[in-house]
Design a binder for this molecule. Sequence first.
Ligand SMILES: [Zn+2]
Length: 93
Amino acid sequence: MSDAAWFVLVFGGLFVLRGIAATVVFLLILPDGDRCPQCDAVTLHVEGRRTLRWIPGMRPSWCMTCGWEGLLRRTTPAAPRAPSRPPRPAVMP
Ligand SMILES: [Zn+2]
């Protein structure tokens, strides 16, 4: 094999490995649960694109509150949180 072929093979392989390593690191740092990473509201599971379907354990999500859209890890849904403020007392007319 010529030197040029070895050069293309080695540096092409390193380029592909760099992309694979970056993808794996990106998938490892995705947050757990169904909460939005920006506003902590509950997200909805939406229909993903075909390219996202082959990634196991991930779910495409969309936040109704802030409009964030992205991937989250597939986990059990979070329990509803108690309101931060007590409910207002009913006003009598
Ligand atoms: Zn949000």
